[in-house]
Design a protein around this ligand. Structure first.
Ligand code: UDP
Ligand code: MG
Length: 312
């Protein structure tokens, strides 16, 4: 009998959890040929998520839980889940809000079993029900990251995937502090198939992502997998050198022919502002990478566990 371990990051999900669990019970009953293990990772919830998980663990031995000392983020929760999978054949990562439909599980499992893929991911074919601005910014993000990094991130890809132990071990080996799962799974390679589905709205509760958090997350993705922004300073610097050479030439020739009337300070101010701005921008990019290196060299733990069902 094959075993699937499902990793479920939860942060303040007391409303969505019961709905999810009931649905998963249905799925587990349907897939009789598979043994399931549900690994809930409580990412420092401040509501009753942990209490619910404790109860679930008592009631249903298939459900294990891990609870962080504070909110460490979804990426940390996924990593903690991966690290705590015990044996088995396949691993799945799933959101608790039903936006990663459990109905897809049998098909994903079937593809892994019979078509020789190492990983099956789910991607949304549309973004119905999502704020326009969010869809627009996501679209831009995919464009930028795919252009300037070596990895190719599939548009609309979610973190919802099922994969075998080889993929899991490869991803665990990437123990970096700045984690961007979509990139990590692409980076390790292996054969991946994408299943499309229509966007589903949250079953209960609210999304934990604000536009600002998403923006920071996208910077994380770009800087983790591309060094192209660092070349920006060099390229603009070079461009400005060439432009200034012609400007000097122009001014010398003009002065020789027409003399030197005092004029043009507005343009001078504009140029100073422009160059100053570009310099600051480049320093900012450098600073961003530097901060990533700084965090990475500290070797801080990615998460801190406060409580887990394994201790009981
Ligand atoms: N999540 C988490 N820690 C966080 C943010 C989110 O564990 O800091 C979990 C959350 O409980 C949910 C999943 O990650 O199971 C996806 O979150 P959400 O639905 O808010 O994101 P969206 O679907 O809107 O992208
Ligand atoms: Mg969601």
């Amino acid at each position: 009998m094959k075993k699937i371990s499902v990793i479920i990051p939860c942060w303040n999900e007391e409303e969505a959890l019961p709905i999810y669990y009931n649905k998963m019970c249905e799925m587990m009953e349907q897939m009789t040929e598979v043994k399931f293990e549900l690994l809930f990772v409580d990412d420092g919830s401040t509501d009753d998520t942990l209490i619910f998980l404790r109860g679930l663990n008592k009631k249903d031995p298939r459900c294990r839980f891990f609870s962080f000392s504070r909110n460490f983020g979804k990426e940390a929760a996924i990593y903690a889940g991966l690290k705590n999978v015990q044996g088995g054949d396949f691993v799945a990562i799933m959101d608790v809000d039903m936006q990663d439909p459990p109905e897809l599980l049998p098909e994903m499992y079937y593809i892994l079993q019979s078509e020789g893929y190492d990983c099956v991911g789910a991607k949304r074919s549309n973004r119905v029900g999502e704020p326009r601005i969010r869809s627009y910014l996501s679209e831009k993000f995919y464009k930028v990251i795919n252009r300037i990094s070596k990895i190719e991130i599939v548009r609309g890809a979610r973190d919802y995937r099922v994969f075998n132990m080889k993929v899991m071990n490869a991803v665990i080996e990437m123990g970096e502090y700045n984690r961007f799962s979509k990139g990590l799974f692409e980076w390790v390679g292996f054969r991946t198939k994408w299943l499309e589905y229509d966007n589903v709205e949250r079953s209960a509760g609210d999304t934990k992502w604000t536009i600002w958090k998403l923006f920071l997350y996208s910077l994380e993705g770009i800087t983790s997998f591309s060094a192209v922004p660092l070349s920006f300073a060099a390229v603009t610097g070079l461009l400005f050198c060439v432009v200034s050479f012609f400007m000097v030439l122009f001014i010398v020739v003009r002065t020789l022919i027409w003399g030197d009337p005092v004029s043009g300070w507005p343009s001078l101010v504009c140029i100073i502002f422009l160059v100053g701005g570009i310099q600051l921008f480049c320093t900012g990019i450098l600073g961003h990478y530097l901060s990533k290196i700084y965090m990475e060299t500290k070797h801080r733990p990615i998460f801190i566990m406060k409580e887990s069902s394994d201790e009981l």
